[in-house]
Write a protein that binds this ligand. Structure first.
Ligand SMILES: C[S@@+](CC[C@H](N)C(=O)[O-])C[C@H]1O[C@@H](n2cnc3c(N)ncnc32)[C@H](O)[C@@H]1O
Length: 179
C-alpha cells in the first residue's frame, strides 16, 4: 500500500518545540515525514549535523527536495527503522505512527496491531545507536498506552522523563526524554 506523506499537525508541532529546546550534537530524525523536525534540528545552534530517515520513499524524495532548495544541511536516507543506519547519534528524534491497526498498512499512522509495536522495536534498536550521554526525544499518545510504553522503557533499562504534554479531544500527547 502506498502511504501519503504525513502532514505536520499538533503532534509534530509539540515535538518541534522540544527539538528547538533540547536537541544537541549529531541528530537523527527517525520517520521524518515532511522533514519538519529535521529542519527544526538543523536550525538549532547546539546541533552539529542532521540525518533524516523514513521508510516511505515519497517522504525521502520530498525532504531531499526541500533541503536542497532551502540549503539545509540534512542527510536523507530511506530506511526501515535502523536497517540502513550504522552510525551513533547524540539525539534521536521520533514521532512514530501509533494507531492500532492490523489491516493494510499506512506507514504514516499505523503503529502495529496494538499501536505500540513499532515504538517498541524502535526503542529496542535505538540503544545501540546512541552515543554516551545521548538522548531520545520520543512523542507518543495515550492511544499508544502510557503504561505499556513505560513498561517497555523499564524493561529495556532506559531512564526517562516526561518533559511536555498536550491534552486533545480524544487523546493526550506526551514527550519523553529517554537515555
Ligand atoms: C506520525 S508521522 C511523523 C512525521 C514527522 N516526523 C512529523 O512529526 O510530522 C510518522 C512517520 O514515520 C514513518 N515511518 C513509519 N514506519 C517507519 C519505519 N519502520 N521506519 C522509518 N520510518 C517509518 C512514516 O512514513 C511517517 O513519515
Amino acid at each position: 500500500m502506498e502511504s501519503p506523506i504525513y502532514q505536520p499537525r499538533e503532534d509534530s508541532f509539540l515535538l518541534e518545540r522540544n527539538v528547538e529546546n533540547l536537541a544537541f550534537g549529531k541528530v537523527l530524525d527517525m520517520g521524518t515525514g515532511t522533514g519538519i523536525l529535521a529542519i527544526a534540528a538543523a536550525k538549532n545552534q547546539k546541533v552539529k549535523s542532521v540525518m533524516a530517515a523514513d521508510i516511505n520513499k515519497e517522504a525521502i524524495l520530498y525532504v531531499l527536495d526541500v533541503c536542497v532548495n532551502e540549503g539545509m544541511p540534512v542527510t536523507v536516507i530511506q530506511s526501515n527503522l535502523f536497517e540502513n543506519i550504522d552510525e551513533k547519534f547524540d539525539t534521536i528524534i521520533f514521532n512514530p505512527p501509533y494507531l492500532p491497526n492490523d489491516g493494510p498498512k499506512d506507514y504514516a499512522l499505523d503503529g502495529g496491531e496494538k499501536g505500540h509495536e513499532l515504538t517498541e522495536k524502535f526503542l529496542m534498536d535505538a540503544k545501540t545507536h546512541l552515543n554516551e550521554n545521548g538522548q531520545i526525544l520520543l512523542l507518543f499518545s495515550s492511544l499508544t498506552n502510557k503504561d505499556i510504553v513505560d513498561a517497555i522503557l523499564r524493561r529495556e533499562n532506559y531512564k526517562f522523563e516526561q518533559v511536555d504534554s498536550m491534552k486533545m479531544d480524544f487523546e493526550e500527547l506526551y514527550i519523553y526524554v529517554i537515555n
